[in-house]
Design a protein around this ligand. Structure first.
Ligand SMILES: *[C@@H]1O[C@H](CO)[C@@H](O)[C@H](O)[C@H]1NC(C)=O
Ligand SMILES: *[C@@H]1O[C@H](CO)[C@@H](O)[C@H](O)[C@H]1NC(C)=O
Length: 556
């Protein structure tokens, strides 16, 4: 009822009146922008493919692109021309060696995969290098990118196989990477390198055939508890804790602490802070958990506690063709890690089957897997090297938390049938009325970007934009809120897409019904304009009553 009256209000505003209830069918894109040559800025270099890694630097207005055998520096405002580039291909001998070991010739090349900024002048770059991962330092001299030619070992930092998913993040000059440690891709690792090297135990209770999708750092400098910065890693893996005939996959979030130095005897040179929990994103009508995580985006807010992880989820079973977006509060994530019960394996009698149950024994102090904070320091544990064996042994044997990390409201922010989402970016838009709207941008496996919002539980896809002439997977998606652009990498090109294009809504009704939080209808100009454009003009600002926000359900 309330919804209907809100719609009525919108129509009164536009000077129209009709029954438009049918316009609010959830999750069918309201507008489709079909591919059109020249509509978006594009970068593609003839003969170069797999533009898989994008890195934005807003201070220098650069977009760095890692492709197969090449690195490009583009201008953030207009990516269509390369400012600078350098080639980095695998030596002939390495390519031959790779092919002789039975790998496909096209995979025996150098796919750039890891690309991070170390400091204002230096970047760290790794490539698969014909199944012999290698890394190098990149500097910018007189606006030109240059590799230093150091060719460091890339094992555990970068995947061997270009088709493998992986995750990495750079923090304080150290690289945190989650990938395979071997040629076969059978030994998974979460590794810290370029500083105090640490890694995961090689055991199924830590990582069980994982597919890593994302890594991020939470800096807790402002945390009054004297906490440590934390690195979160997201992946799907084979569950150890459920009994199923099928191999059940579960989505996970794992955490390590930046200050971790490993254990003195137990867990020497291994993480003493590695803990993981299941992520819970529930399909409400089937009452079924989405069990594969495809991508994660960390929405950064000024207060670290209010940060949100947005994730794309799917099912492992092809017949269930729904993608979902679930959001997780960082504060809830922290609660699960800092106070959740542990799970423990028990071997069933008469069989060798292992079952995972809630651990009911004593939990030692310092709590296993906790970052060293003020409380631990007061008791004389200044680094992880001081941790008692009891604590370390527990981390080693019980890295899994029993409770799951639940999605906000225990409901997806978006459900979409028939689309396979691959990448997500989220922009928090502050509208003129000071309300916040988290706009989700979702890349699909067939080359669309869906722009979606959730208005108080109501899911809404504002529009879909077709990026390529022929279907191509969205391989990477980066957002510059500052510039108002999305950058999309695919096998054949990079595309620059504006976050909003209000002019596309031609009349008031279209503008208002689009419910696009970037746009408002300016009554005097009779135009759908960008919110920021509206506020840039003080004349217009004073007449804010003349604007109407699409999501506004009250008549203020
Ligand atoms: C940046 O990092 C590189 C590599 O670690 C180092 O050699 C260089 O001195 C650093 N530069 C600055 C300005 O900190
Ligand atoms: C690289 O690009 C080619 C050409 O478009 C494509 O066929 C291939 O699947 C891509 N490989 C990877 C690993 O993305």
């Amino acid at each position: 009822m309330q919804k209907a009256s809100a719609i009525t209000l919108l129509f009164v505003f536009c000077g129209l009146f009709e029954n438009a209830e049918t316009s609010f069918q959830s999750c069918i894109p309201r507008k489709t922008v079909a591919f059109q040559n020249g509509i978006n800025r594009v970068f593609a270099e003839p003969g170069i493919f797999n533009y898989s890694v994008l890195l934005i630097n807003e201070e220098t207005d650069s977009l760095f692109v890692g492709a197969r055998g090449a690195i490009f520096a583009l201008e953030l405002n207009d990516i269509s021309k390369a400012v600078s580039y350098t080639y980095w291909s695998s030596p002939e001998s390495a390519q031959l060696h790779c092919a002789r070991r039975g790998k496909d010739k096209s995979d025996c090349q150098n796919y750039i995969r890891v690309f991070h900024k170390i400091n204002s002048t230096t970047y760290y770059v790794c490539g698969t290098n014909a199944f012999q991962p290698a890394c190098d330092y990149m500097v910018i001299v007189d606006g030109q990118i240059q590799l230093l030619g150091r060719r460091e070992e890339g094992k555990g930092k970068c995947p061997y196989d270009p088709a493998e998913r992986y995750a990495s993040v750079m923090a304080g000059g150290e690289l945190y990477s989650a990938t395979s440690f071997d040629f076969q891709g059978s030994e998974p690792v979460v590794l810290r390198s370029l500083g105090n090297g640490l890694r995961t135990e090689y055991t199924a209770s830590w990582l069980n055939e994982p597919t890593f999708v994302h890594a991020d750092i939470i800096e807790e400098r402002e945390n009054s508890l004297g906490g440590d910065d934390q690195i979160y890693v997201f992946f799907s893996e084979k569950a150890v804790e459920f009994d199923f005939y099928d191999k059940l996959i579960v989505p996970r979030i794992a955490r390590v602490c930046k200050g971790d130095r490993g254990g003195m005897r137990t867990l020497q040179k291994k993480w003493t802070s590695f803990l993981k929990a299941r992520l819970s994103c529930l399909e409400p009508s089937l009452n079924l958990e989405f069990n594969v995580v495809q991508d994660i985006f960390l929405l950064k807010t000024t207060d670290w506690r209010e940060r949100i992880f947005y994730g794309i989820f799917t099912f492992q079973w092809e017949t269930l063709d729904t993608s979902a977006v679930c959001a997780f509060n960082l504060s809830h994530v922290e609660d699960v890690f800092s106070s959740g019960s542990f799970k423990a394996p028990v071997t069933l009698e008469q069989s060798l089957l292992v079952k995972w149950v809630i651990y009911t024994g004593d939990v030692p102090f310092p709590r296993p897997g906790a970052c060293i904070g003020n409380k631990e320091k007061e008791h004389g544990y200044t680094t992880s090297l001081d941790l008692p064996d009891k604590t370390l042994q527990m981390v080693k044997d019980h890295p899994l938390i029993d409770s799951a990390v639940k999605a906000i409201d225990n409901l997806p922010k978006l459900l979409k049938r028939g689309s396979k989402y691959t990448r997500i970016a989220v922009d928090r838009v502050v509208a003129l009325d000071h309300r916040l709207h988290d706009v989700m941008f979702l890349g699909t496996d067939d080359g669309y970007i869906h722009k979606a919002v959730n208005y108080q539980g109501e899911m809404f896809i504002i529009q879909e934009v077709q990026l390529f002439m022929s279907p191509q997977r969205v391989e990477s998606l980066q957002l510059s809120s500052l510039k108002g652009y999305l950058y999309v990498g695919s096998a054949s090109q990079v595309v620059q897409v504006p976050v909003s294009d209000c002019g596309r809504y031609r009349n008031c009704l279209d503008c208002v019904l689009a419910r696009d939080p970037y746009c408002i209808w300016a009554r005097i100009q009779q135009e759908c304009v960008n919110v920021s454009e509206g506020t840039a003009d003080p004349q217009k600002w004073q007449h804010r009553k003349l604007y109407h926000y699409p999501w506004q359900h009250d008549s203020t």
